[in-house]
Structures are given as structure tokens and as C-alpha cells.
Ligand binder design. Structure first.
Ligand code: GDP
Ligand code: MN
Length: 389
């Protein structure tokens, strides 16, 4: 789960990571107050959406007068913003962060994430922060420094000093870097943070570090014990289909391909996607209907798959362990009737009551192809998608 920048910055403030003075607004009428609150006569106005690269898309701008701020706020609030990170979609701008401007001397990059390979919290830091960190990582990887934290001893002061030297920091900024890294590590542990990113972490003209931007993602599996943070969720920023899926206890991720998949079990879903690719196709989604799938849930899953207009065929792969294949078959039949399905559907049922399930599908007189093996099912789905084109 992602937080908005203003939410992440309120966490930073609580952990004494320095951030600019600012205020969030949701209505034009709140602007004047927010402008006054900074005590400056120049501001930066930042669209609050769950995506970075806002600067490149006109979602972060400096304004030099109240009237300029008025015009910009009016142009942003209530609209949608697409950035190079929103994958072709646009996200609704429902809030703006109004902040003091700071004189930037250097833009650094600092993030803390869990490195899956070492299974440890890892800092990634660079002197080349700002808007093009991806290019730095790709073209000049020697400018990126990594620090892995040993959980038994925590983040050691010498590790912070090493980073400080690598960034050529001195005096106050050098000392602050250590404090910021320690605070970030504590925050990540306390709040079950999976990614904390400050880009840019700026050095001002008077040698102070300030987190100019803030991105925080929380581990969704830990939200049950982070109730206060869980309430910060903003469904308007999430893929509408993924949110709907979550409401029905379905694990759904939208992808770019043309073959819709409905599978029970995440591992089987991954294997199914692999086999689709092996046979030359591309999955349109990842969808795990879970172990205790009911006919209703299967119907809902079908509707989700069909909500993507790229889908040209559907592959249903169910291994009946806890779930009964005949119930799944009923769900498929119910869904196909409800949504008036015109796409080819390939079904492979195996396990508990598989024979009854196949019989139900055969009796239903629907255009459903049944397959015996997973490989055969994937091959059929790819072939039928090609023919449908
Ligand atoms: P992002 O593009 O979504 O990552 O948004 P950021 O918050 O990182 O802002 C983008 C860029 O705007 C930063 O890299 C800065 O160069 C610039 N910027 C943001 N706030 C200020 C500010 O207070 N002063 C100045 N001079 N530039 C700023
Ligand atoms: Mn940024």
C-alpha cells in the first residue's frame, strides 16, 4: 500500500527527518491559508498522486506569487495527472501539497528497502539524486552506494559515515545524514515499511539536509497491525479492478497480454502464466481465486477478467483440493450466462470431483473447450486467442 507524499512527510516529521514546511489542501478555498502558513513569498505546489516523476509532467511547480498559485491550484485540483510512472493511465489529483521553496545546492538520493536476495533492509544512496536516478543506475552504477543492515546489531554508525564520505558531505550535513538514516531505519521497522524513498534529499546553501520528496510503501500483509496507517489508504489512486478484486478476496493483477487466466493458488497461477508464455502467448492478468473458491467468487473473477478489453481467450486452470471442481464448473456456467460471454474459454479441471465438473460443462452447451493437461490447456488458449483476432 502506497502513501501520499504529504502522509509520508508527516511520518518523517514524527521521526525527525527534516522536511519543508507545508500544508495540504483539498479545496481552492484552503489555498490562502496554506500560502500564509509557510511564511514565505515563494512556494512549490505539488499534486498528490501515487506516482513519481510528477515534476516531468507538470505536477510539481514553483510559484512566485499568490495569484500564480491560485491559477496553478485551479488548473491541478480536480483534474487527472499522467506521469512517466503511471503506465499510460492518469490518476485523480484530489489534494495539493503547498510548501515553502528551498534553495537547492545539491540533490541526493536515499532509499531504504528490503533486499529480497539478502533478506535484509538495504539503503541505496547516491550523490546523483533528482529526477533521473533510473538513468544514473543504468549508466553510472558506480555512483550508487548500498548499505545492508544486519538486523542483529542494527544500522551501525560506521555504515552511515561511509555513506557520508561517499557523498562528500561535511559538517552539519554529514552528521544529519547519520540521523536521517537511523530515523529511516527505525521508521521502517516500526511501521512495516517495504520502501522508503527520498528523491531528492537536498543539501541547502547552509549545509542542511532536507527531504524534499517522500515516498513510503507499506507491507500490505502487516496492515492488520498498522491500523492508523491502513486508514490512510486512498482507493482513488489504485487500479479500480485490483481494488474490486480485493473486496472479493481475489488476488488480481492486471497485465498487458491477451489471455485471461483464472487459477486457484498463486503457485499454480505462476506456472500457468509460464506455460502460456512457453506456447507463445501473453497473460492478460494474474488471478488467484484462492483455495475456498465459491461459485459466486468464480463469477466475480470472470467479470474481472472480462473488464480488460485486450482479452481474446480465457484459460481456467483449477486444481480441486479443498475446492470442488463441480462447484467451480457451476460458477463458470453462471458467469458465462451472466456476462454473455463471446470469447473462447478453455477449462482444465483436476482433482476433487473433476469428472463431475467436466460433465457439468459438457451438459451446459456453452462453447467451452475442456483440456486434460495444463500444457494442452495453455496451448489451446493461445491458439484460440490467435483465431479470435
Ligand atoms: P517527483 O517528480 O514526483 O519525484 O517530485 P519531486 O518532489 O521530487 O519534485 C521534482 C523536482 O522539483 C525536484 O527534483 C526539484 O528539482 C524540484 N523542486 C521541488 N521542490 C523544490 C523547491 O522547494 N525548490 C526548488 N528549487 N526546486 C524544487
Ligand atoms: Mn521525487
Amino acid at each position: 500500500m502506497n502513501l501520499h507524499e504529504y502522509q509520508a512527510k508527516s511520518l518523517f516529521r514524527a521521526y525527525r527527518i527534516p522536511v519543508p514546511t507545508g500544508q495540504v489542501i483539498r479545496h481552492q478555498s484552503e489555498l490562502a491559508d496554506a500560502l500564509n502558513a509557510t511564511g514565505t513569498d515563494q512556494w512549490v505546489i505539488k499534486a498528490q498522486i501515487h506516482a513519481g516523476a510528477r515534476g516531468k509532467a507538470g505536477g510539481v511547480k514553483l510559484v512566485k506569487s499568490a495569484s500564480e498559485a491560485e491559477t496553478l491550484a485551479r488548473a491541478l485540483l480536480g483534474t487527472e495527472l499522467a506521469t512517466p510512472q503511471t503506465a499510460g493511465k492518469a490518476l485523480p489529483v484530489k489534494a495539493l501539497l503547498v510548501e515553502e521553496t528551498l534553495a537547492i545546492e545539491e540533490e541526493l538520493y536515499l532509499s531504504l528497502l528490503i533486499d529480497r536476495a539478502s533478506r535484509r533492509h538495504t539503503f541505496i544512496v547516491s550523490a546523483a539524486g533528482g529526477m533521473d536516478i533510473e538513468a544514473v543506475a543504468a549508466e553510472t552504477p558506480e555512483r550508487i552506494h548500498r548499505v545492508t543492515v544486519n538486523p542483529a546489531v542494527g544500522l551501525m554508525p560506521y555504515q552511515c559515515r561511509e555513506v557520508g564520505f561517499a557523498l562528500n558531505l561535511t559538517g552539519q550535513a554529514f552528521k544529519q545524514l547519520g540521523q536521517i538514516m537511523q530515523a529511516a531505519y527505525r521508521l521502517a521497522l516500526d511501521k512495516d515499511v517495504s520502501l522508503l524513498e527520498i528523491n531528492p534529499l537536498i543539501k541547502t546553501a547552509d549545509n542542511a539536509l532536507v527531504a524534499l520528496d517522500a515516498k513510503v510503501s507499506l507491507d500490505p500483509n502487516a496492515l492488520y497491525r498498522q491500523k492508523e496507517l491502513a486508514e490512510m489508504r486512498d482507493p482513488s489512486q489504485e487500479d479500480e479492478r485490483e481494488a474490486r478484486a480485493a473486496d472479493h478476496q481475489l488476488n488480481y493483477i492486471a497485465l498487458d497480454g491477451n489471455i485471461g487466466c483464472m487459477v486457484n493458488g498463486a503457485g499454480l497461477a505462476m506456472a500457468t502464466m509460464d506455460l502460456i508464455q512457453l506456447h507463445g502467448g501473453e497473460p492478460a492478468n494474474f488471478l488467484d481465486v484462492g483455495g475456498g473458491a465459491t461459485a459466486d467468487r468464480v463469477a466475480e473473477a470472470f467479470k474481472l477478467i472480462l473488464s480488460s478489453d485486450q482479452v481474446e481467450s480465457i484459460l481456467v486452470n483449477i486444481f480441486g483440493g479443498i475446492v470442488r471442481c463441480d462447484l467451480i464448473a457451476d460458477g463458470i456456467i453462471q458467469a458465462v450466462k451472466e456476462v454473455g460471454l463471446t470469447l473462447p474459454v478453455v477449462v482444465r479441471l483436476e482433482g476433487t470431483n473433476a469428472a463431475q465438473g467436466r460433465a457439468r460443462l459438457a451438459e451446459s452447451e456453452l462453447q467451452i473447450v475442456t483440456a486434460e493437461t495444463l500444457s494442452e490447456a495453455a496451448e489451446q488458449a493461445v491458439k484460440l486467442a490467435g483465431e479470435a483476432r
